[in-house]
Write a protein that binds this ligand. Structure first.
Ligand code: GDP
Ligand code: MG
Length: 759
């Protein structure tokens, strides 16, 4: 594919490949490759301890740099983020590609996973298109051998015009050869990247048309390799279009040419040109691999992976196994976690009581007892459950089962217009929706990605866990694990159905086909599992101690003020009357039994008055009035104003629902009776709820479903905005989830009423 004006092309080539002759020159090398291909292992093996970590400019993607001296030269290595492609869909892809375009490293070391060569070569071809000198690394060569895959690296090198080296990155094997070839390529002693793949006559013709149009402006060619940008324009790559618009004086005519070319291709092939280009690459790779890769069909390869897969990936039982595994995880979580959680609950109750008896009456005491201990404590009570849940999830992840489950779910997800790849973001959201939303980056098709991001936050996350765990413990104590698991399933079903709905309305189209990977099973290390579990669990505690604490204090103030002196006065009067009557009555009695009876009655009445006062004051507060104000809206769901307050507060974070409930039922209730009886330990929130006649399994089920679905927390909305760029996405997400949550809660509550279940 020679350009019409070779001189222009030379300029770019000349700039990037400053050939190193003199020692002491720094040779700059970027290490690229698919995620998990072994880049970091190779980077570490090459650079040893001499590394430092920074960020790529403008983004929070980590950049590791390491330098070594070799053969009189200084080699500087950069570990690029892992990507499958160099399109402009994810931050990693943009970072990797801009780094290469801007920094123009002398050599790219492309690390390929030998067990998955076809898939990995896709990225390699794209670096080739950038016109970079490349050294290909066939890493994981040990795994490949074990799987009976042999690769003829010499032949592959000849076909692609790139030198290849076989390595085992994790054991540092092959590094000397790699260094030698890298230096030789940098010096131009070994030719690299002398050939481009041929896209076939039709595409090549269109490609050349665009190159010619590009070269009508000589200033442009200095910045980007024309060969590459022309391909990107054929692929309708948004970033390439922007680059052209910024840097090319006659951008309009170039873009018009590109548009014509794409149209021509679409008519000719009956497919969008980006698809045709992609297919051509795959076809080329597939062909190349057939020539150089030999797979031994050894009959004794009935290894563990194979055996387990035969069951786990089975068309019929796969889904059942996945759901069953989750059932067991939730059962175990609750069986083991509940007693621990109850223990902590009592501990906080005890602390509350102690603090209550030490501090003098007043606002400070109320703030600490009701606001801080009641709020934050309520969230921390569920720590054991969260830890166990994360333990289960980390185990699934580290064994490689989750990647399998994605595979199993692929067919099922297609029923709902989604892709198996959407499974991982949804599953990650079972821990927390923030990384869940971010992991949707692996979805290359923008529509698939948006759709996945719109539904992933509906999953049960670790912040909804305490709320739902508390409610199941209070209202379904015998079947906590099962009810919890059912709510988890409801989360899945609702989000899948919503996906289907959106697919048929606002995000029309088919889920784009894509290769699914099947990594081998790995025996997870205990250390790995515990590290993962601990990282996630610790962030739960940290959040409780910072964000939830702050929110609890604010909410306490909102629910405590303004106090009404009149109300207090009127209750004090009532109390006075009651006490006078009681003392007078007592004086007339002589029998010990009668006296005791009257005292008990008196204490009961005191308790009722105290409770009324507390409730009146809560209702009088700013938060209380707000709750009263929106109460009519949630009446059909079976929620009263006290729940409404907690749900509103839950916009900030779902744990805040629990802490707010702790405060609401702490302020709005008095345990005076027990106080006087001298046996007071503040009763756990779940007990207060289950004792409250307003609450019963019917409206509590509606509440659980509402909490599951309604508006994701602020952190999730923020990350959605960050990932998708526009405010309308998080706004839409918040709006539609609120609507669906309300609707489903109404259906559940009214349904249970009609059926006469609940109360
Ligand atoms: P990166 O995501 O590309 O940076 O990949 P890493 O370097 O983090 O490697 C991913 C995993 O593969 C790690 O567990 C490595 O120990 C392992 N690994 C790397 N290279 C090899 C190899 O050549 N053979 C085998 N068996 N494992 C490897
Ligand atoms: Mg890495």
């Amino acid at each position: 594919m020679m350009s019409a004006r070779p001189g222009a092309r030379m300029k770019w080539r000349h700039r990037r490949s400053r050939i190193k002759h003199a020692p002491d020159d720094i040779i700059r090398i970027a290490i690229a490759g698919n995620p998990n291909a072994g880049k970091t292992s190779i980077f570490n093996a090459l650079t040893g301890q001499s590394q430092h970590v920074g960020n790529y400019p403008g983004v929070t993607v980590e950049q590791k740099i390491g330098r070594i001296d070799y053969d009189g030269y200084t080699l500087e290595f950069v570990d690029l983020p892992g990507t499958y492609s160099l399109s402009a869909f994810s931050i990693e892809e943009m970072v990797a590609r801009d780094f290469v375009l801007r920094e123009k490293p002398d050599v790219i070391i492309d690390v390929l996973d030998s067990t998955n060569l076809e898939r990995n070569l896709y990225l390699c071809l794209q670096f080739q298109e950038l016109g970079m000198p490349i050294v290909g690394v066939l890493n994981m060569s040990d795994e490949a051998r074990r799987n009976g895959i042999s690769i003829d690296e010499k032949q592959l090198g000849i076909i692609l015009g790139i030198p290849f080296v076989k390595t085992i990155g994790s054991r540092g094997i092959g590094m000397q050869e790699l260094l030698g070839k890298t230096l030789a390529v940098a010096q131009g002693r070994i030719p690299s990247n002398v050939r481009h793949l041929n896209y076939g006559v039709e595409l090549e013709t269109q490609h050349n048309r665009i190159i010619q149009s590009l070269q009508s402006d000589p200033t442009f060619v200095d910045n980007f390799p024309p060969h590459w940008i022309a391909i990107k324009l054929l692929e309708n790559d948004s970033d390439a279009v922007t680059k052209i618009q910024k840097q090319h004086v006659s951008s309009e005519s170039v873009l018009a040419t590109a548009h014509d070319s794409r149209e021509w291709i679409r008519k000719h092939f009956g497919e969008d040109s980006e698809i045709v280009v992609g297919e051509q690459r795959y076809a080329y790779i597939h062909g190349a691999c057939r020539e150089v890769v030999q797979t031994e069909e050894s009959p004794n390869r009935s290894d563990y992976t194979e055996m387990i897969d035969r069951i786990v990936l089975n068309k019929y039982c796969g889904l059942g196994i996945f759901v069953g595994i989750m059932f067991m995880i939730y059962q175990l979580t609750f069986k083991l976690g509940r007693p621990l959680s109850d223990y902590i609950d009592h501990l906080f109750g005890w602390i509350q009581t102690v603090v209550q008896s030490i501090l003098p009456n007043g606002i400070i005491k109320d703030l600490i007892v009701e606001g801080i201990i009641g709020g934050v404590g309520g969230v921390l009570v569920f720590f054991p459950i969260v830890v166990l849940l994360f333990l289960g999830l980390s185990f699934l992840e580290d064994t490689g089962y989750l990647a399998r489950a994605a595979f199993v779910m692929d067919k099922f997800m297609h029923l709902f217009g989604l892709h198996g790849r959407s499974f991982i973001p949804m599953m990650v959201s079972t821990g927390c929706a923030v990384p869940g939303v971010m992991s949707a980056r692996t979805l290359v098709n923008p529509k698939d990605r948006v759709l996945t991001i719109m539904i992933a936050p509906l999953m049960m996350c670790s912040a909804k866990t305490p709320v739902i765990a508390m409610l199941t413990a209070a209202f379904f104590p015998k079947y906590a694990g099962t009810v919890f698991w059912s709510i988890w399933i409801i989360g899945w079903l609702v989000s899948l159905l919503i996906a289907k709905l959106f697919r048929n309305t606002i995000y029309k189209g088919e889920a784009s086909p894509f290769v699914m990977e099947l990594p081998p099973y790995r025996m997870p290390t205990l250390r790995g599992i515990f590290t993962h579990m601990w990282e996630k669990s610790w962030s739960y505690v940290k959040k409780a101690g910072t964000f939830i604490l702050a929110a609890s204090i604010i909410i306490w103030f909102i629910l405590y003020f303004p106090r009404s002196q009149e109300t207090v006065q009127s209750y004090q009067n009532k109390m006075g009357v009651l006490t006078t009557a009681y003392t007078e009555h007592l004086a007339t009695l002589t029998s010990e039994n009668e006296r005791q009876l009257v005292t008990e009655q008196y204490l009961q009445q005191v308790s009722i008055i105290q409770n009324q006062l507390a409730r009146d004051e809560l209702e009088h507060s700013v938060g209380g009035r707000l709750g009263r104000f929106i109460e009519p809206m949630f009446k059909p769901c079976g929620f009263d104003w006290r729940l409404d307050i907690a749900l509103m507060a839950g916009f900030a974070a779902k744990e805040v629902i629990i802490s707010t409930m702790g405060i609401v039922y702490g302020i709005g209730e008095s345990d005076l009776e027990a106080d006087i009886a001298g046996e007071h330990i503040a009763s756990p929130l779940k007990q207060k709820l289950s004792n409250d006649p307003h609450y019963h399994p019917g409206n509590m089920l509606a509440l659980m479903i509402f909490v599951l679905i309604y508006v994701p927390c602020l952190a999730t909305l923020a990350v959605v905005k960050k990932e998708l760029g526009k405010w309308r996405y998080p706004l839409f997400l918040a709006g539609y989830t609120l609507f669906f949550a309300w609707l489903l809660a109404v259906i559940v509550f009214q349904g249970t009423r009609l059926l006469g279940i609940g109360g």
